[in-house]
Design a protein around this ligand. Structure first.
Ligand code: PLP
Length: 264
C-alpha cells in the first residue's frame, strides 16, 4: 500500500490520456491517437467515449459509452498512473462529456498546469453527426474553458463560439485549422493565444481527403505538450508530423485516405 496515489509521483514517466471514440477503420478516433503518440515515443492510455460503425466512406452509427463504466475505468486508471497530458476527441454524449470535465478538474487539482488538448469533434470525417446540441453545450460550458489548446476546424468553430469568446472564457490557445474552408494551393492554420498572440502556419495543400487528420494533429499536440514544449512549438511540430503522415497516406478503403503514422 502506497502512502500517496501513483498519480502524484514525480518520478514515474507520464502517460498521455486520450478520451476518444473508437473508429473501427483505424483512421480516426482512439486508434489515431495511439498510433500518433507511439510514433512520438509517448506512452498513452485511453478511455473510450463511444463506439462508431464507420469506414472510409460513411458513418453508420455512434453509441456512447455507459457513464458509470467510463467513470469506473477512469478511477481505476488514475489511482495508478501519472498523466502527462489529456487529449479529448469525440465525446459521445453529454454525460460522458461531463465526466471528461470531472476528470480534468480532478487531475488539475494536483497538476494545475496539466496540458489539455480539446479537439471538438462534431462530425465524422466522412460526414455524419458525432455530437448533439447537449454535447456542444458541455463543450462550451465546461470543456473548452479548461483547454490549454483547442483545435476546431472552420465548420466546428462556426458551431461553437467566436474565437475571442472562447479565449475570454478560459481556453488558453485556439488553433483554427483551415483544411475544410479554403480551396487554394496553400492552407493557413491560425493559432490565437493569450494577449491576442497570433501565429500563422502556412502549408502546401496536399491532394486528397483524409480520414483522421484532425485526430492525428490533436494527439500529436498533446504528445509534444507532454514532452514540455510550449503551445506554439507543440503545434508547429504536430503540424509537421501530421503533414508527413498525410504525405504517406494509404488507400486502405474506397473513400478517404488513411494517414500513415508509422514510427520513423
Ligand atoms: N473521432 C472519431 C471516433 C471519429 O469517428 C472521427 C471521424 O470519423 C473523428 C474523431 C474525427 O476525425 P477527423 O480527424 O478526420 O476529423
Amino acid at each position: 500500500m502506497q502512502d500517496k496515489p501513483a498519480t502524484h509521483s514525480p518520478t514515474r514517466p507520464g502517460v498521455v490520456l486520450c478520451l476518444s471514440g473508437h473508429d473501427p477503420s483505424g483512421g480516426a478516433g482512439v486508434q489515431a491517437d495511439i498510433e500518433a503518440l507511439l510514433a512520438l515515443g509517448q506512452p498513452s492510455a485511453s478511455l473510450i467515449t463511444c463506439l462508431t460503425a464507420q469506414n472510409s466512406q460513411r458513418l453508420g452509427s455512434m453509441q456512447a459509452a455507459d457513464p458509470g463504466r467510463f467513470r469506473e475505468q477512469a478511477d481505476i486508471l488514475l489511482e495508478d498512473m501519472h498523466i502527462s497530458a489529456i487529449k479529448l476527441g469525440a465525446l459521445g454524449s453529454s454525460d460522458i462529456a461531463r465526466e471528461a470535465a470531472n476528470i480534468i478538474r480532478q487531475l488539475r487539482a494536483d497538476q494545475p498546469t496539466l496540458p489539455v488538448v480539446v479537439d471538438p469533434v462534431l462530425v465524422a470525417a466522412s460526414g455524419g453527426k458525432l455530437a448533439d446540441d447537449a454535447v456542444i453545450e458541455v463543450l462550451l460550458e465546461d470543456l473548452l474553458p479548461l483547454a490549454s489548446l483547442a483545435t476546431p476546424n472552420h465548420s466546428e468553430a462556426q458551431q461553437l463560439q467566436p474565437p475571442e469568446v472562447l479565449l475570454a472564457n478560459g481556453c488558453q490557445w485556439l488553433l483554427l485549422t483551415d483544411t475544410d474552408s479554403s480551396t487554394g494551393a496553400t492552407i493557413t492554420h491560425q493559432l490565437q493565444g493569450p494577449d491576442a498572440t497570433l501565429h500563422s502556419f502556412n502549408l502546401p495543400r496536399l491532394p486528397g481527403i483524409y480520414h483522421g487528420s484532425g485526430c492525428t494533429l490533436a494527439s500529436a499536440c498533446a504528445g509534444y505538450l507532454a514532452l514540455g514544449e510550449t503551445v506554439p512549438e507543440a503545434v508547429r511540430k504536430a503540424l509537421d508530423f501530421t503533414r508527413r503522415s498525410l504525405e504517406q497516406a494509404r488507400d486502405l478503403g474506397h473513400g478517404q485516405r488513411f494517414p500513415n503514422r508509422s514510427p520513423r
